[in-house]
Design a protein around this ligand. Sequence first.
Ligand code: CS2
Length: 495
Amino acid sequence: MVVSESTLNILTSSTSARLPADVQMPRYERDALRNGIVHLGLGAFHRAHQALYTEAVLNEGDLRWGIVGVHLRGRRLADVLRAQDQLWSVTERHAEQARTQVVGALRAALFAPEQGEAVLAALADPGVHVITSTVTEKGYSFQPASGELDLDDADLLHDLRHPAAPRSTLGVLAAGLSRRPATAPVTVVCCDNMAANGDQLRQLLLQYADRACPALRGRLTDGSIAFPNTMVDRIVPAATTGSLDWASQRLGLRDEAAIVCEPFTQWVIEDRFAGPRPAWERAGALLTGDVRPFQAMKLRLLNGSHSAIAYLGQLRGRETVAEAMADPLIRTAVRGLMFNDLLPSVTVPAGFDAATYCEQLLHRFDNPALAHRTEQIAMDGTQKVAVRWLPTLRERLAEGASCPWLERALAAWMHYLLQGHAEHGQRLTVSDPGAPALVAVLRQTLAPEALARAALSHAPVFGTEPWPDALAHRLGRHLAALQSGGTEALLASAP
Ligand code: CS2
């Protein structure tokens, strides 16, 4: 083999000895690892979150939990990880502080479209006791408002016709689980930002099984496959050229899979496993009977605020969350949204102080060391808004309360979808497979109130239960303000 200069400068098992002494390395023999976990969706979030909890378990000597990673789409990262012997670095940064660790937990990075057989074999392996997933909300092929399968999803439709050669998350999971011996229980741990994410995934698999592989229904209902609900939290921006260059400087080696994320991390998991599991609690995970209060607190306060920052930030030309938070108009709106509109709808888990939690969130959003792009968070709004904002809005309106900030954020999202450019003129890229259908509805009229009414009747996002007429009226006023005076006019009229 020709060893080129550039190969010598890449993070691999052999070059890792050259890393600076303060970079934490795996403290176990990687060759002795066994496959215990299959993970679907090998993006940055998994590699900075669940993989680190598992790494801590491995570092304590329980080597049953090596991870087989599966990329469902996009092969670049699978290739990168293979070239790096499945190693990558995670640097936790806040302002000037930085701590770096290299993770060794990954045993293989499979690319499902080309290695489908190996993926299904891994899922069916009786030595694998846990399957985790981070495929983003849209990766589960469902309609956010109804929770039903999205029969417009091309990959899902493909799999319903060809279940033995699946492409979608549900199809891959169903085919792999169907192959497992009946004597091998397994736990599927959904780690995406959906309410009752484990229950939701199980429901979707049941719907899928009924259409494509009826034999799986029995396995999904006999208790041999568990779907605990989880709450996952860590701010992990997608890598940028800047973050990769920064990591290379720090490591003295090129790591094309390097992650720079915040120090904060939280994982709350319903303690409902069908077989053995890694002792993730040793790494700080909370195993508990009821995850719902944690999910609501996090999805509404953190993710709900994030989405507002994203749409206001995009319209006002703020590239990152930290930049958006430094904009007084956005900061005031985010505080109002959190403390006035969202917090009253959240039952904070025992032992948490709600106001402290919100202040911590503001501090996390301010982190100047992260380039967390508002464009990234703005993606897939049709999935996210339905989970992050609408349950609060429904509940608060039913109680007769008002949500002035949340309603303004909703209007800003609609305006963002329609505008296509920021207030200073820069083009905006809307990346959301569900958006064209909503935008088509919005484009049917120009009158703000009619536009708001049309949006609220778009069932895939807003559901089939009617929204109060007064809401359409208020949203219409906000849209009119946006059309005439932009976000400045929108936010100036807020309480
Ligand atoms: C963000 C989340 O991109 C987004 O939609 O709101 O990825 C967020 O950073 C994480 O959920 C934090 O735990």
